[in-house]
Design a protein around this ligand. Structure first.
Ligand SMILES: NC(=O)c1ccc[n+]([C@@H]2O[C@H](COP(=O)([O-])OP(=O)(O)OC[C@H]3O[C@@H](n4cnc5c(N)ncnc54)[C@H](O)[C@@H]3O)[C@@H](O)[C@H]2O)c1
Length: 434
């Protein structure tokens, strides 16, 4: 069985199914399709399925042309899970958020698996890519497969291979980013390595699915903790009258032993604010506290409050109360040059300022209309930046430093400019670095 599957993968006759056609699933699917594999994309969101089948992308940095060429290469998107027997490989890229108690919400992973299991057939490989705590593949996926009377490692090959997508980063294509892979058995790993080795230049095998799950968490916790550290250093440097960005640039000239991380208005995105708490939750089962994670979380979640206090102080210097002041937030995507607003700290900044009575608007070339979010409601469209509009606001708050902004114009025309990204290096009367 394994030999036949490996042969199909090698000869590009394997049919690849990707479950969850979002920021992670869609580029992966396009990669396999561009190599000549027949690919089926599964999603529960019929809007996405319809858009893809019409050759339209709904993610800014993924071009519709690439979707159209996949369609001409037999790609099809579907909500119909009964097509699963046609597949040789099933790759799951569904969301893993936190619930309202900030605990792992695995419901997307488990419900996808529950929808898959009735259609599984012998000789398929199942891979989970969603970020999650160590033990998920073994404790949540394996029993579901076994309860359907399949033997993992004999009938079905089960692997975990985390995604390392960095949306909007033009320096790395999917195939250039080394891929971690752990198998539930040695045979599972062998199939996993073949599956990913066909599409990714370097596959890094680890000894278990748990080790692969933990690897992804270590990467993101490393970022969260170091960003927490540098955010704390920013507050200290600010009190001492030192520019933290000058210090980071200077420290980064050290050719060994130092990695630069940059402070900001708070954490954003689907990964860094969320993933570390998957480990925190799982560690409790072992009677352990993840103190670095908690501390970094505390520092990082305090940043929007710190930034708005700097803004309020700046307005005060100009003799203005925050209540009734007009404030323009620049950049509401969570990071530069993308349209993704998940967990964006800009929204938190807007909420805090609105709660203090400010009249808040925004400008973001990647987000023309403020989207409907579950917990936030702003009936706003992006303000076009020009000399007149910038000058109208009592304060301009640079939250996300998109390349498309005209920084010279912003600096020249803002009455008061708060820079949370270290974009402006020299000082000026209207500038506050936060
Ligand atoms: N976005 C990133 O940069 C990034 C990077 C690395 C890892 N990750 C991880 O990858 C996973 C996916 O993230 P994403 O950003 O692609 O999420 P996303 O929200 O962009 O996409 C997930 C997709 O899954 C679909 N979905 C939900 N339930 C489904 C089901 N039962 N069957 C089929 N489809 C279903 C949703 O409709 C959505 O289209 C998460 O675990 C995330 O933490 C994301």
């Amino acid at each position: 069985m394994k030999g036949a599957l490996l042969r199909k993968i090698e000869q590009k006759e394997a049919v690849i199914g990707v479950f969850g056609l979002g920021y992670v699933g869609l580029p992966l699917l396009l990669r396999y399709s561009s190599l000549g594999y027949r690919v089926l994309g599964f999603d529960v969101d019929s809007f996405k399925v319809d858009a893809l089948n019409k050759g339209m992308s709904y993610i800014e940095h993924i071009s519709s042309v690439d979707i159209q060429s996949a369609l001409s290469n037999r790609f099809q998107a579907t909500t119909d899970f009964s097509k699963i027997p046609e597949l040789d490989a099933l790759i799951m890229c569904v969301p893993t958020p936190l619930n309202k108690h900030r605990e792992p919400d695995l419901s997307f992973v488990t419900s996808t698996m529950d929808m898959i299991v009735p259609f599984l057939r012998k000789g398929q490989v199942v891979s989970l890519e969603s970020t999650t705590y160590p033990g998920t593949t073994e404790e949540e996926l394996m029993p579901r497969i076994e309860n359907a009377n399949f033997e993992v490692g004999e009938d079905i090959y089960l692997v975990y291979s985390p995604e390392r997508e960095d949306p909007g980063n033009p320096n790395f294509e999917t195939q250039q980013i080394p891929k971690i892979c752990g198998g539930q058995t040695a045979a599972c790993l062998e199939v996993g390595k073949a599956l990913y080795g066909a599409a990714i230049e370097r596959v890094v095998a680890v000894s278990s699915t748990k080790a692969a799950e933990m690897t992804k968490l270590l990467e993101n916790i490393h970022r969260a903790v170091n960003i927490g550290l540098v955010n704390e250093m920013k507050i200290v440097a600010d009190k001492m009258g030192i520019d933290i960005h000058e210090v980071i640039d200077a420290a980064a000239t050290k050719p060994f032993g130092f990695t630069p991380y940059y402070p900001g208005p708070g954490l954003g995105g689907h990964c860094i604010p969320i993933d570390p708490f998957y480990l925190t939750w799982k560690a409790r089962e072992y009677g352990l506290h993840t103190r670095f994670i908690e501390l970094a979380g505390e520092v990082n979640t305090g940043m929007p409050e710190w930034v708005t206090n700097k803004l309020v102080d700046g307005l005060n210097e100009h003799g203005k109360p925050v209540k009734g002041s007009r404030i323009l937030v620049l950049g509401i995507a969570y990071k530069k040059n993308v349209d993704d607003m998940r967990e964006s700290p800009s929204v938190e900044l807007m909420e805090i300022l609105r709660s203090k009575g400010a009249i808040v608007e925004y400008s973001d070339p990647h987000v023309p209309v403020f989207p409907k979010l579950r917990e936030h409601c702003f009936d706003l469209s992006s303000i076009e930046l020009n000399e007149a509009t910038v000058a109208e606001y009592d304060a301009v708050l640079l939250a996300t430093d998109h390349q498309k902004f005209d920084y010279e114009l912003i600096a020249k025309k803002s009455q008061l400019l708060i820079d949370t990204r270290g974009h402006y290096r020299s000082s000026s009367d209207n500038l506050i670095k936060a």
